[in-house]
Design a protein around this ligand. Structure first.
Ligand code: TXA
Ligand code: MG
Length: 327
């Protein structure tokens, strides 16, 4: 039975959501990227409840969401690079990993004990209205069980987490569809792209110059969301398929539509990567439910939002640890 209530995100529901968050509860809300599961970032108990609800490993830190640049001031130190990125891309699908202030009013669990904190100002009007009403920093991971496909509709949140959260604010499908880009600015001379996402690499490099890739041992502690199996449907996923088997569900793109699949879902018939990003998670779920034995995906171009799409598909296809240990 699903205990969560799903409410259209109008002012009364927003006010109630803000009250629940201030009281230490869990509320799922829309952002421009994916639905997030919010909790009061200043409260140890609320953040612990959030990790438990997602069954998320405690070593995987959370993104702190605030309503604007000014609200970051007490939490983290911004250098010139951070200021330029914030001015250009906030509100928007960009997360900055910054040195955490020693006296930041944040639960230690929110940042998994790290000396850094990930912050973002989301662009969705409902997310911003909620953050303004709560007047607290809010941690918000994607509103799915750890390791599974992120939700881009309120219904998908309710199906995955309905039993363990208090309220889902519904504002229809998310306009970007893949998570925020995560850039680590905690070292002075080496900006690192920890997770490709809604802001394409090229737009960031216009401001920062070339972005570094995380080194192998940076990857694990710095951004567990980058680790192998993640964003995973139930069925196995096969990438770069040029042909398809009759027992496979096909994720096609543009005119790359090999014939003979059990079921075919085109990410974007017109070959538009922004549309493909918007539809990616919903179509992964649809393929998962189709009755096929496997999901085959055609090659997706690497430019623009294609980098984030390919990243998520690669993690969806990675060998699976047990669900409970997935990051
Ligand atoms: O678009 C998004 O960012 C969504 C919406 C809801 O805002 N949120 C989201 O959160 O994707 P989550 O928890 O699913 O992913 C957060 C990512 C993880 O890969 C985590 O490891 C990384 O950010 N992260 C958080 N804090 C970090 C830190 N201090 N250093 C390095 N990586 C960090
Ligand atoms: Mg996630």
């Amino acid at each position: 039975m699903s205990r969560a209530r799903l409410l259209e995100a109008e002012p009364r529901a927003l006010a109630e959501a803000a009250e629940i968050l201030r009281a230490g509860g869990l509320v799922a809300f829309p952002t421009e990227t994916v639905y997030g599961l919010g909790a009061d970032a200043t409260s140890d108990a609320a953040v612990a409840a959030l990790y438990a609800a997602k069954r998320r490993p405690a070593h995987n830190p959370l993104i702190v969401h605030v309503a604007g640049r000014a609200a970051v001031e007490p939490l983290a130190r911004l250098d010139g690079r951070a200021e330029r990125l914030a001015a250009r891309f906030w509100p928007g699908p960009l997360t900055l990993v910054l040195p955490r202030r020693a006296d930041a009013p944040l639960s230690r669990h929110a940042t998994a004990g790290l000396a850094t904190v990930a912050v973002r100002v989301p662009a969705h009007p409902v997310a911003l209205a909620l953050l303004e009403a709560v007047r607290l920093p809010i941690v918000a991971p994607s509103a799915n069980r750890s390791g599974r496909v992120s939700p881009t509709t309120a219904r998908d949140v309710a199906l995955d987490l309905g039993e363990v959260i208090d309220l889902v604010l519904d504002a229809g499908p998310c306009p970007v569809g893949v998570e925020s880009t995560v850039v680590d600015l905690s070292e002075p001379d080496r900006p690192v792209l920890l997770r490709p996402g809604g802001v394409p690499r090229a737009a960031l490099e216009e401001v920062l110059g070339p972005l570094a890739e995380p080194s192998a041992d940076e990857e694990r502690p710095r951004s567990p969301g980058r680790l192998a199996s993640h964003y995973a449907p139930s069925l196995p996923v096969r990438l770069d398929a040029l042909e398809v088997e009759p027992d496979e569900a096909l994720l096609a793109f543009g005119d790359r539509v090999p014939r003979g699949a059990f079921a075919t879902f085109n990410l974007s018939p017109s070959g538009d990567l922004a549309e493909a990003a918007r539809r990616l998670y919903a179509l992964l779920r649809a393929a998962d439910r189709s009755g096929a034995k496997r999901i085959a995906v055609v090659p997706i171009p690497a430019e623009g939002l294609g980098e984030a799409i390919r990243d998520r598909l690669r993690r969806a296809a990675a060998p699976r640890p047990t669900r409970e240990s997935a990051g």
